[in-house]
Design a protein around this ligand. Sequence first.
Ligand code: TYD
Ligand code: MG
Length: 452
Amino acid sequence: MAKAPNTFTCSACGAAYPKWAGKCEACGAWNSIIEEAPLSAGPKALKSKGRTIPLSDLATEEAPPPRASSGIGELDRVLGGGLVAASAILVGGDPGIGKSTLLLQATASFAAKGLKCMYISGEEAPAQVRMRAQRLGLSQAPVALGAETSLRDILTTLDAERPDLVVIDSIQTMWLDTVEAAPGSVSQVRAAAHELVTFAKRKGVAVVIVGHVTKEGAIAGPRVLEHMVDTVLYFEGERGHQFRILRAVKNRFGPADEIGVFEMTGDGLAEVLNPSALFLSDREAATPGSAVFAGIEGTRPVLTEIQALVAPSNLGTPRRTVVGLDSGRLSTILAVLEARCGIPFTGLDVFLNVAGGMRVSEPAADLAVAAALLSAREDVAIPPDMVLFGEISLSGALRPVGQTENRLKEAAKLGFSQATLPARSKTGQAEGMRLRQMADLTAFVGEMFGAG
Ligand code: TYD
Ligand code: MG
């Protein structure tokens, strides 16, 4: 029988092609199509019988996985309450954002708690890592340091040493001699990560894999690592801002969407215990275009300032510049303001920004965004002691959002005394807060900015 031809598959989205192409038509990724041996190796594949696998029921009592605390509260929470033994964790982020700094501090903290920790750097020489440790005041931490890129040697070492935790910094520098491709290529990154994850499960070692985010926003080896590991954390922040946010986007051992907030200082990352106070610290009182959003990040309420600037445009297509929010969401809100409230933004440049380098993805931010836009357009300041939240539907109605009580409590704690929120929200006990509950955007515009 003739050998089945190889197939070509996009490593980012899985679309199959009969021949190679530079760009995947299905997901638009460049250089992501790889050649693979055909899946079915003919009828002989299932000739021999397998063994029956043991089955159990769902009621089986399972103890929660044992966790190790690092003592860094912000990190422990993002991990879901501490480090789970034998788990694989991916830490992604832009180059230079502070991943190596965070993980060196984390390994030192875990080591101080009695875990056997190793730090393998494929990017820096031992002297460089030592210098960083010195700067962080961690020279005396009992962390075993290695500088290596050959995964075969690393795995042999790990097998001999059997640490509780190992950090691999970064996966893009690692290479396996069984794979004929350059380090950082899709197949190397995928194969190396697979080896590390298998090792973690088999030998009970917690493995932290560092991955640099490439320009397109996917960790090199497009997304191939996310499904392999138990936990995916992204370390984000704006360059030029000192705040860094560690965000769990997937966690098999805890809630996703949890965030930890850090501040990059002269001697490493410091925990930020009250992020709301920090994000609002530079706020100028009563400026048009500024609205405070009472948001929820994971299990915690976080207040952020949303800033808008609206200015006459001299461009055919006015500018829509967004930092920290989804630009599609801005377009929707602008369209609703125009169609439902009769407030057009045609001929106006719109700039929207979340202060402090924070990124907001909750639909509950809609009302604060609309308020900031209207406030900037009308040049009327929103009362500085007011928070806003609520989702805007395409009809212009305001929809209640989850955790209203928590949002209000956090706002009250930070000295805010009034809140604008959707009608029918479950407010609970909102002590000391004046609540303005609105059914739709038109009512909001009427009350805040006159008839619109
Ligand atoms: P790094 O951890 O090397 O980033 P990554 O591993 O994500 O590429 O962090 C690099 C930046 O952090 C660098 O620009 C300097 C800054 N930094 C500080 O501001 N303070 C410090 O104590 C340290 C160690 C780094
Ligand atoms: Mg680094």
